[in-house]
Design a protein around this ligand. Sequence first.
Ligand SMILES: [Zn+2]
Ligand SMILES: [Zn+2]
Length: 392
Amino acid sequence: MEAPADLIAIRRDLHAHPELRFEEVRTSGIVADYLMTHGYTPHRGFAKTGVVATLDTGRPGPSIILRADMDALPVTERGGQAHASRHEGRMHACGHDGHTTMLLGAAAALAVAPPERGIVHFVFQPGEEGGAGADVMIREGLLERFPADACFGLHNWPGLQAGQFGVRAGPVMAGGWRFALRLRGRGAHAAQPHRGTDSVVAGAAFVQAAQTLVSRRTDPLIPAVVSVCMFHAGSTDNILPDGAELAGTIRALDRGVLETLKDGLKDIAAGIATSCGVEADIRFHSPYPVTVNSVPETEFVRGVIRALDTDGYPAAMTDIPPSLASEDFGFFLEARPGVYAMLGNGEGSAPLHAPDYDFNDAIIPRGVAYWTTLARRFMARPDEKGRSHDNV
Ligand SMILES: [Zn+2]
Ligand SMILES: [Zn+2]
């Protein structure tokens, strides 16, 4: 199936005009205009630039959220296409231009041929890249204003064949925390270290000890990562500095393991403070939850993608390996059951966040078909035991 020309035009226009987290003003305007053209009355303003449109069939049934992210990354594009970014240092390097376009296509298609009952909310979310825009929308009351029984997200995936779906039950993307460690010692002459307390040696000991957490303190069968990515100290080669600053990130596919890593880093910081005679202050920030697909909804999505495995597309991977990247859709899946699924961007695709990445327009119809089939099938599901929609 070929992608409709109007959707390709929108995708390429969004690609040429990328906007960073919470600055998606032009993008959200295009989204809202398109939705209005197709009969919706979009709500605007959640998390500054979020857009939500609702399709109410008028017949009692379940409600679902279908979510796309809209933001770009601070990357300078190195692709040569005519639709390459017009802005130095801004680029749709994660394909959110494609996600937005596919959900718009689905909203248009479902407006013409709606599900037999229930309510579908189309959520266009800002600030996925490091902004936890999902968390912001939920804190601002998204789920109270637009109640949903389940939430669904879709991300293009380089390395999977173009149009091939992938899904797994349970943890699919890692949760994580960023951390910052400040060490305060006492500066001294390089030749008289005993007259001060050395923050550089203390920092080096912290880096080394932090690497024993994953090997010695967490379950080796559960993937996890500790990375110290920044270490700043000193000004010249014959002075021991009076402090050091370190920063990094921890990632894991299990909430308990994340807590273990946090506790471990605090213990190491405290131990090094004692043994090296420095003050150590470790702070954690920017938490992302583990993105966990609920089991019954994953089983449901497996049915959806199997039904779409026609027209010569490669068979879906119904138990795709998880990734240690993080994704703020985890906030939706902490609040409601649901599924975060992958759609192949092609085996030859550059990786996500790379300067030569581009979303593959050929997969737009697959994404639209995924959303429309998912919505129709979800509403056709038999009600759970004891739940009735007759008297709503
Ligand atoms: Zn990304
Ligand atoms: Zn992304």
